[in-house]
Design a protein around this ligand. Sequence first.
Ligand SMILES: [Fe+2]
Length: 478
Amino acid sequence: MTAIAERPGPETAASPYLEGVFAPIDTEIDAECTVIGELPRDLSGVFVRNGSNPKYRPRGRYHWFDGDGMLHALHLDNGRATYRNRWVRTDALVAETAAGAAIWSGINERPDFSHPGGPFKDTANTDLVFHAGRLLALWWLGGPCYQVALPSLDTVGRYDFGGALAKGLTAHPKLDPVTGELMVFDYDVLPPYLTYSVMAADGQMVHHTYIDLPGPRLLHDLAITAHHTIFLDFPLMWDPELLAKGKTRVTFREDMPARFGILGRHADGGTVRWFEAETCYMYHTINAWESGDEIVLVGCRIENPLAQTDDYDTVPRIDMLRLEPYLHEWRFNLVTGAVLERPLDDVMTEFPRMNNELLGQRTRYAYSPRIAEQPTLLFDGFVKYDTDTGTGTAHGYGDGRFGGEAVFAPRDGSTSEDDGYVLTFVTEAGTGASEVIVVDAQRVEDGPIARVTIPQRVPIGYHAWWVGAEALAGQQLQ
Ligand SMILES: [Fe+2]
C-alpha cells in the first residue's frame, strides 16, 4: 500500500485524517476471511460501510469529508465470511482516473463555481441505503447518488429514480419499514434551500415539495414518524457575506434558535410547522415517533459545533468543527405547541444506529459509538442505550482499537427490538489489524461472539448498512 505522501500529484497539506487509522489505502481485494469464534447461523446478508478514501493525492488542504467513496463489505452466508472493498466509480473519480491525478480540491479550498463538474467533487462517500432493491451510495453535500451491486460492489452507475430526481439527494434519507417509502431531502446555497421528496416502495417518486428556510443551511439529517417528516433548521451555515464573494467558511449563529419543522409525510412544504428549541447543531438523529399529542425525537445534540477553544485534547475536531455530542430527547406537542427537551447522558457518542425495522415507531434502544479522548474523531467502543432512561451498556474495543458505525442486524425470525446482532469494523492503531466484530445485541456486556479478520487495513469511515439475505435476493440491477 502506497502512503499518500509518496504518491505523485499536487501539493498536499498535512492532515491527521490522512494518517494512521485514517490513511487511505490503494488496494481493492476479495478475500475469504478467518473467523475467531463462531458466526451465528441466523445472520445472513451483507454488512457494507462507506468512507472517505482519496485515490489521488489531494490538492491543497484536505478535509476528511473530501475523499473518494470506498465501500468495505462483509458478506455473511451460512457461517462463511467474504470481504471485498471497492471505490465507488463516480463520474468525478472516472475523470480523475483518466487524468491520473486529482482535479478537484476540497472544501477547505476556495471552490471553483465555474467547474463543469461542479465546485465540489461528488464522492458518494458518506452514507448508504438499500431501497427498492438498490444499494445507493450517497454524498453529504447532496448530488446524484450511485447504485452499487451486491455482493460484487461494482458501480452500476448514477441513479436518479427514473429521471424524477433532477438534482440529487443528500446522505440520510429515511426508509419507512412499514410502507417501504423513502423520504429524501436536498439542500442548496441558493433557493429553494430545502427540497423534500418521497419515493414509493417501487422506487417511483410520489411526492415532491420545497421547505422554506430563512437562508441556506448546512443540514445533515432528518427524521420520520409514521405520518410526519421532521426537518432540522440549525444555525450552522456558510458565512453569507463570504459566500456572496465566492468563499466558503462555516459559521454558527448562537443567537438563533434550533428549529424543528414537522410536516405531514405527503403534505405541501408550505404547511410545515416549526418548533423552536435551545440552539444547537446535530449531525445525526436516532429515531422519532408519535406519542399521543407529542412527537418524540432522539438524537446526538451538539451545543456549539464551533466553540472557540484550544481544548481539543479531549474533544475531537474536524477542521473548524468541534464534536461534542450527547444523547438528547425533544418532545414537540402538536396541540399546545410546547417543546420539552432533556439531555439523556453525559457520555459523548455519535454515528448512532437503531433497529431499522422500527424506524419511525417507538423504540427504546440505540447503538451509539463512544467518542475517544483523541484529537480526531475516533470511537473506542459503543454504548447500547436505553433511550427511555439514558442508561447504557458499553462494549469497549480495547487500547488503541477504534471502531466505526455499529449497525444492528436483526436475527432471522427476530421477535423483539434488540433480538439481533451489532456489527462494526474495528481497526488497531499502529498495526492496522482490522476485523469485523459481531456482538449479541441482548448481551453486549459479553463482548463479541465472533471476530472476522480482514486481511488488510480498513481505514476509519462513515456510515454503514445491513442488507439482509431476503432484501439481497430482491436486488434490482437494472
Ligand atoms: Fe452522516
